[in-house]
Write a protein of this length. Structure first.
Length: 677
């Protein structure tokens, strides 16, 4: 398998053409269409779609009743059909067709000299500036299910699907313009019948505000249908007698716009995007309501007919993904969207904590403050929760608990943070109790030996949590947990009465990369009011992530042991949210993190613009696979209550992730070996 080829990772390249046209000039229009078909072929696109009535132009009005124009359109189709013999893409073009002594507005799919399907327009607009019923008949008025066209017998109707046999998951359906503006578009039934790529050949003149409405319409239809929706409309050359045209074309996937054309262009253009067929299939499997909808409409769906075709896409060559893959899937790259995300996540956490305090009748919190990221953010949430409840922040008891390797920097940051927040601040030195426990265990450290094993580390983590729980008992308070989603995924937390236990945890479904931005957002937007708060928060953000459990080291770096969190959060997102196998995750990671110039890092000078070669991506992914699938589930099986904050998922055994504690990682490790070393 050629690892660097998109077709080997269940993607399909889709193209949309917006050709320059001339009204009632099929020869010219066919030439423009063919040029774009050839461009799509050069781009290795599986499918290319063109506008409604593109071979004639949409704005012909009563010229559609002229035989010369209709004959010329069929001749233009014949020329495209002949030219398609050497092209790899399935082309879908629009033209008027005479069927059973009536005229229909049709879309025709052609591939390598074969006519695959003819889809007539289902709904004809006959209001405002539209008078299509004057020239055309609706699909419901068809008598035939086959059409004899250019010497071929072709399936005809809105109930035809084109299935690509050698691209699993690529099933095409086409509707025309007004069809998607109706309460129940034909594409909705097609999606339930199995279509994954829904094509719309449109003309759609432009008026003020219409472009944005089209974006919403197309995006939402792709989301409702759990499909890719491919939309093309007429551009330059259509008649301006009473209308104007902007040539808006879109490719959306499950609610996300992958690419959009440049509007108001005076020349032909082609847009291309790679659709993730596996994502669509998995979303349909995951969302039980999709299957339930199939059951409700089963009788109608059984009437759909399938046309099979083999595409033979190039698989042995390097064909990089032509699709934006965010480096930080949990963190929007655009500043305004990121601020909106941070505000929403913060509000969810605060609301959940307020509800827990009110329902328990307890108005006090105990929280361990390390001077690091996670406990800092949990304290910020706690402070805002107290504000919302009208309680003083002194109802929060912050406790810093220096151990054998606590640095002066983090201890100082913990104290500065607590003082700035205005909570009750305490310090408990855990070294005496840890020394006593190590002595009770007969550990070599108690006899003066520098043995810093997992027992030595976990005694400290366990002592901290034990102190917090007993202090909460003493004060009538709840222990607020601080561990985040990334740590739970990797098992980077001490089991039992350790650092993944609490009475309630506000961070358990927030990944490390997002927590970094949440803390920065609080600092930059002055959420806590005090100017000094921003200073200490920025200092904490600049501190290397470390458990600080082993003395005698310059720095005990977490990421040197478990891999960079920015990569591990990437791995987590595509494992948890989409269920992808390791080889595909690595392919996507290389697209996002590979060594090349990119402009989609989250805004801000503080962002580290790291780049990773495939070997490092594979190494870190290997750590993730072993820790996530085989080493850590028993810890996640007993996590405390915590609010889910995002669609990226949580690891609660009561929510998004339910897995056996003794499962094997062998199939994921085997797939990992498909990644070139």
């Amino acid at each position: 398998m050629e690892f660097h080829n998109l077709y080997n990772h269940q993607f399909a390249r889709i193209a949309v053409g917006v050709p320059l046209c001339r009204v009632a000039d099929p020869v010219f229009n066919a030439a423009q269409t063919l040029a774009l078909m050839q461009q799509a072929d050069q781009a290795s696109a599986a499918v290319v779609a063109f506008p409604e009535l593109g071979l004639s132009a949409y704005s012909c009005d009563d010229l559609f009743h002229q035989r010369a124009l209709l004959d010329a359109c069929e001749q233009a189709l014949a020329e495209l059909l002949k030219a398609s013999e050497t092209l790899m893409s399935i082309a879908i073009v629009g033209l008027p067709l005479r069927i059973d002594q009536r005229l229909f507005n049709c879309a025709v799919a052609l591939y390598r000299g074969r006519l695959l399907a003819v889809w007539p327009k289902t709904y004809l607009p006959n209001y405002a500036e539209f008078y299509e019923a004057r020239q055309f008949n609706a699909a419901s008025e068809l008598l035939s299910q086959q059409i004899e066209l250019l010497g071929q017998s072709v399936p005809l109707g809105s109930d035809v699907l084109v299935e690509v046999q050698d691209l699993p998951g690529l099933v095409l359906h086409c509707e025309i313009c007004e069809d998607v503006w109706t309460p129940i578009p034909p594409s909705s039934f097609a999606a339930l019948a199995g279509a994954t790529v829904l094509v719309n050949l449109s003309a759609s003149n432009v008026t003020v505000g219409k472009a944005n409405y089209r974006r919403q319409l197309v995006s939402q239809q792709s989301a409702r249908c759990l499909a890719a929706y491919v939309y093309t409309s007429a551009g330059a050359g259509e008649s301006s007698t009473d209308l104007a045209w902007d040539g808006q074309a879109l490719i959306c996937e499950n609610g996300e716009t992958l690419v959009e054309s440049q509007r108001y262009q005076r020349e032909s253009q082609l847009i291309v995007a790679d659709v993730d067929l596996e994502r669509l299939s998995r979303e349909r499997m995951r969302q039980s309501s999709f299957g339930a909808s199939v059951g409700v409409h089963q009788q109608a769906l059984q009437a759909f007919r399938r046309v099979e075709v083999a595409l033979a896409p190039p698989r042995e060559t390097v064909l990089p993904l032509q699709r934006r893959v965010e480096r930080f899937p949990y963190v929007p790259a655009e500043r305004s969207r990121r601020d909106e995300r941070c505000e929403e996540v913060f509000s969810i956490q605060v609301q959940a904590l307020v509800q827990r305090l009110q329902s328990s009748g307890i108005g006090k919190l105990v929280i361990g403050i390390s001077g690091g990221l996670d406990s800092t953010h949990a304290l910020l949430v706690a402070a805002r929760a107290m504000d919302r409840m009208g309680l003083p922040r002194t109802q929060i008891i912050g406790v810093t608990m220096p151990g054998f390797a606590t640095s002066t920097r983090t201890r100082d940051q913990a104290w500065r943070l607590m003082q700035t927040i205005g909570c009750e601040a305490r310090e408990i030195d855990i070294r005496p109790s840890c020394t006593q426990m190590l002595k009770d265990l007969g550990h070599p450290y108690a006899q003066g030996q520098a043995v810093y094993d997992v027992t030595f580390e976990n005694v400290q983590a366990g002592e901290r949590t034990s102190h917090l729980f007993r202090l909460a008992n003493h004060l009538g308070a709840l222990v607020l947990g601080t561990g985040d989603l990334s740590e739970l995924a990797l098992g980077w937390c001490t089991y039992g009465v350790g650092d993944h236990m609490s009475h309630y945890n506000v961070n358990a479904s927030v990944p490390k990369t997002l927590i970094q931005y949440l803390v920065r957002w609080v600092a930059e937007t002055g959420q806590l009011g005090a100017a000094t708060a921003s200073e200490v928060l920025l200092d904490i953000l600049a501190t290397e992530i470390s458990p600080e459990l082993v003395p005698g080291q310059a720095l005990q770096s977490t990421e040197s042991h478990i891999g960079r969190y920015e990569l591990q959060d990437f791995n987590l997102f595509y494992t948890l949210r989409h269920g992808y196998a390791p080889a595909k995750i690595a392919f996507l990671a290389l697209q996002a993190w590979g060594d090349r110039q990119r402009g989609d890092w989250p805004d801000g000078e503080h962002v580290q613009r790291n780049e990773y070669e495939l070997a490092e991506i594979k190494r870190v992914l290997g750590i993730f696979v072993r820790r996530f699938f085989q080493g850590s589930q028993f810890k996640r099986s007993c996590v405390p209550n915590a609010p889910k904050v995002g669609s990226g998922g949580s690891l609660s055994p009561r929510g998004d992730w339910r897995a056996p504690s003794d499962g094997e990682a062998s199939v994921w490790l085997a797939d990992l070996q498909r990644i070139p070393a």
